[in-house]
Design a protein around this ligand. Structure first.
Ligand code: HPA
Length: 280
């Protein structure tokens, strides 16, 4: 069941527009995948892909970051209807949290119940060296934004050890990675507003706070996805040592480059997760 239109807060023509282009099973995708920096080519694994430029979708905010070309790609993966979000919207670009989660609300409106969120992140934990794949098992929202932009507190995950990230799904995905020979670890992701990279002092503080990786995205999307009841799997590609832990300079090109290097492993992993999805 799709959420009520007033909770989605989408342009009234957005979903009808998508439904006018996407026909057949992908009109009701079972899974959404948000592609992080340098990972946009993952969309090549889909069959019968149909791409919609986000700039054509009514109400969709404009994206501005290199490596984040905006489009929604619908198709089939391992026989399952899926939608990939390419070109995420960051709060640091000047988008509100509400705007930056427009794609997630679109997915909710299409009935998506499972979301895989990928991103690029700086490694803080000593094991999080560049090229590491890290399952996000919890997060720290260090950008101090209201998510979602509602007035009342949204429900906290129930159960003492619950986080917004689906523990059973993450566990099984980790097992799949092991069986593919793809090394992964788990950790806590800390969201900073950006767009400047952190100072060394900030990274020392984040390490003490329990953060394993740091990045400028994901948290708003995950929180909003949870308010619509989606099950969420989070996966960071560690693209660099966080400030003060490795080489002295860092730029977006480097982040994109490492993203490209781990792409094959990630691709195999995503296919395997989708193939196994009915078991979790
Ligand atoms: N800090 C913040 N965001 C990032 C980083 C980082 O070191 N690497 C990739 N995204």
């Amino acid at each position: 069941m799709e959420p009520a239109a007033e909770h989605l807060n989408l342009h009234e023509d957005a979903l009808p527009f998508i439904r006018s282009i996407i026909t057949g099973p992908p009109q009701r995708p079972a899974l959404g995948l948000v592609l992080g920096s340098g990972l946009s080519q993952l969309a090549e694994i889909m069959d019968d892909a149909v791409t919609i430029a986000t700039s054509d979708i009514p109400g969709y905010p404009e994206s501005t970051v290199e490596g984040h070309e905006g489009c929604l790609i619908f198709g089939m993966l391992e026989g399952m209807p899926v939608v990939f979000v390419q070109g995420r919207l960051h709060v640091y670009e000047g988008h509100s949290v509400e705007e930056s989660t427009y794609p997630i609300r679109l997915l909710a409106g299409m009935g998506v119940q499972r979301l895989i969120v990928t991103n690029a992140a700086g490694g803080i934990h000593p094991d999080c060296v560049p090229g590491t794949l890290m399952w996000i098992t919890d997060h720290i929202a260090f950008a101090f934004r209201r998510i979602p932009a509602g007035k009342s507190p949204s429900p906290r995950p129930s159960g003492a050890d619950q986080t917004p990230y689906d523990a059973a799904w993450t566990e099984s995905a980790k097992d799949l990675a092991d069986s593919l020979g793809v090394a992964t670890r788990s950790g806590t992701y800390l969201w900073t507003l950006g767009p400047s990279y952190e100072t060394k002092a900030e990274i020392r503080m984040f390490a003490k706070m329990g953060a394993d990786a740091v990045g400028m995205s994901t948290v708003p999307e995950v929180v909003v996805a949870r308010t619509f009841g989606m099950r969420v799997l989070g996966l960071s590609t560690i693209t660099n040592f966080a400030a003060g832990l490795g080489q002295e300079t860092l730029d977006h090109q480097e982040v994109l480059q490492v993203g490209r290097q781990v792409r094959d492993d990630l691709q195999r992993l995503i296919v395997s997760i989708v193939r196994d999805i009915s078991n979790v």
